[in-house]
Design a protein around this ligand. Structure first.
Ligand code: PGA
Length: 250
């Protein structure tokens, strides 16, 4: 049985005051979220604040990206060990905004995935197609190629300690959620692809759905066989809405 995971990707939002308020709101509603695992991904400067507020609560936290190098002259960048230093458990790799706006191609994403694990973090590998790719019937080929880049560099065994997030680019921040059927189809394709290489890993890896998840659509999505939770952007910035999504995973 895979434990459901609901993760909040705060992107470049928040302030010291709003982060405190959001965390306190989430913590106040934790007793209604049962066995659902919850993780938050704040901007880097707020990691110590989140760490101090969430420590011991069962909530996990992580970085939104990382540099693949362990250290060095990389102005503005952050390494896996720095994130581990603040007790991060997870780190997002290959979010579509990183791929589209910061030049992270699949090779660069695979290097980050590898560096995350080397630094003691669990990578959350984000994959997904654009609207044009979906309309051309290329969804599974695009997602498959994004997975292949990591498989080639790290091998299937690396997926023993990883999470995958399927996030169709056309659904992110648009209010246009994939239907549960559309999402389930891609999630099953991802799991089938891994099963060809290792059935045990395919059976245990968690595959999250991301893209305009809200409290009102979460339960329908999370009820599908291969959807093990969500990666939530906009709706994770409101404690009540985020808690509603977490309860959708019960
Ligand atoms: P959204 O973002 O929930 O605002 O669509 C999801 C994401 O980018 O992870």
């Amino acid at each position: 049985m895979r434990r459901k995971l609901v993760a909040g990707n705060w992107k470049m939002h928040g302030s010291r005051d709003s982060v405190r308020e959001l965390m306190e709101g989430i913590l106040a509603g934790l007793d209604e979220t049962g066995d659902v695992e919850i993780a938050v991904f704040p901007p880097y400067p707020y990691l110590p604040l989140v760490q101090s507020l969430a420590m011991g609560s069962g909530i996990e936290w992580g970085g939104q990206t990382l540099n693949p190098n362990p250290k060095g002259a990389f102005t503005g960048e952050v390494s896996a060990t720095m994130l581990s230093d603040f007790d991060c458990r997870y780190v997002l790799v290959g979010h579509s905004e990183r791929r589209a706006q910061f030049g992270e191609n699949s090779v660069a994403v695979a290097a980050r995935f590898e560096a995350a694990q080397a630094g003691g973090l669990v990578p959350v590998l984000c994959v997904g197609e654009t609207l044009a790719e979906r309309e051309a019937g290329d969804t599974e080929a695009v997602v498959g190629a994004q997975l292949d880049a990591v498989l080639q560099r790290c091998g299937v065994a690396a997926f023993n300690s990883a999470v995958i997030a399927y996030e169709p680019v056309w659904a992110i921040g648009t209010g246009r959620t994939a239907t549960p059927e559309q999402a389930q189809q891609v999630h099953a394709a991802i799991r089938d692809k891994l099963a060809v290489l290792d059935g045990t890993i395919a059976g245990q890896i968690r595959i999250l759905y991301g893209g305009s998840v809200k409290a009102s659509n979460a339960a329908d999505l999370f009820a599908r066989d291969d959807i093990d939770g969500g990666l939530v952007g906009g709706a994770s910035l409101d404690a009540a809405e985020f808690l509603g999504i977490c309860r959708g995973a019960l």
